[in-house]
Design a protein around this ligand. Structure first.
Ligand code: 13P
Ligand code: SF4
Length: 301
């Protein structure tokens, strides 16, 4: 690993590049990253970098957002096919229809979405800031896209607003089953359940903590408890184990995001060498998608 690390560091210097990695990518990729975090942290960090090139170890909505927020930088996604299926689970026609039905509606777009959807939305959110951002909006009616589970979670925290739901979901989190959680709790009566808000509502009812990937990692570190069931994608295991060698974590073997796992150490090295595949976005689309992303960064401060 040392040799690889040296090679990556040499390439980073040579190309004036920085590596951003989401917690869901492979542990080996996280090891060579300059910044590791959840999607909110990574979108904020992307606006503060001095390097000319950003290599984004994540899926394309993350790299797209980094490019929109930094149009003058070269943004590289090591595997251009790394996509989030949920990002496509609503249409601009549906947004138009809801806008026609409600005068004062705010279209709140989870960052896990295409740029075309962001361009038609009022504000973006991530799982870390959705409650804060939605609460700060003056609108009573909220059309929350694309994730139904996160939408219901946010709606429960803000009962004074009226939510219009969409049927999108994350294929990795949505299949987390209540029976599985109950079985683990029966086996380990002391265990604490830490869940991402993309999990189904019924699973969240059993959670001791609900939060973004960073939220889950921070909670486990600060907690005096020793056993945790982690209800999110398994990539978080690297940071959790590194931070808490004395604690026990149970991960669901099925919670693997195949798109996040497309980003391998080799693809990161190749993309640093060739500076491809580059994220290229139409100027008009870039300008339209920038507004809701900037509004999120402003309201989430
Ligand atoms: P975070 O907002 O916690 O980074 O989650 C992103 C994601 O893709 C969850 O599936
Ligand atoms: Fe998308 Fe789910 Fe993968 Fe996150 S874990 S990138 S929401 S498919």
């Amino acid at each position: 690993m040392n040799e690889i690390l040296e090679r990556v560091n040499r390439l980073k210097k040579e190309k004036d590049a920085v590596i951003l990695a989401h917690f869901y990518v492979d542990g080996d990729v996280q090891k060579v990253a300059d910044y590791i975090g959840d999607s909110y942290y990574l979108s904020k960090v992307a606006t503060t970098l001095s390097e000319k090139v950003i290599v984004f170890a994540g899926v394309n909505f993350m790299a797209d957002s980094a490019k929109v927020l930094n149009p003058n930088k070269k943004v590289i996604l090591p595997d251009i096919t790394a996509d989030c299926p949920m990002a496509h689970m609503v249409t601009t026609a549906q947004i138009k229809k809801v806008r026609e039905m409600y005068d004062d509606v705010a279209v709140v777009c989870y960052i896990n979405s295409t740029l075309e959807l962001k361009a038609e939305s009022d504000v973006c959110v991530t799982s870390a800031n959705a409650v804060k951002v939605v609460r700060a909006l003056p609108n009573k009616n909220i059309f929350f896209i694309p994730d139904k589970n996160l939408a219901h979670y946010v709606a429960e925290q803000i009962p004074e607003k009226h939510f219009i739901y969409n049927e999108g979901f994350c294929p990795v989190h949505n299949y987390m089953a209540v029976k599985y959680v109950k079985d683990i709790k029966k086996q380990y009566p002391e265990i604490k359940v830490l869940a991402h808000p993309e999990c189904p509502r019924l699973v969240l009812e059993y959670a001791d903590f609900v939060g973004s990937t960073s939220g889950i990692i921070d909670y486990a570190k600060a907690s005096k408890d020793k056993q945790f069931l982690i209800c999110t994608e398994n990539g978080v295991c690297h940071k959790l184990k590194e931070n808490n060698p004395d604690k026990m974590f149970i991960f669901n073997d099925l919670s693997i995001c195949p798109d996040m796992k497309k980003i391998t150490l080799q693809s990161v090295i190749d993309s640093l060498e060739s500076l491809t595949p580059e994220i290229v976005i139409d100027k008009d689309l870039c300008e339209k998608a920038l507004k809701p992303l900037e509004k999120m960064l402003e309201l989430a401060k």
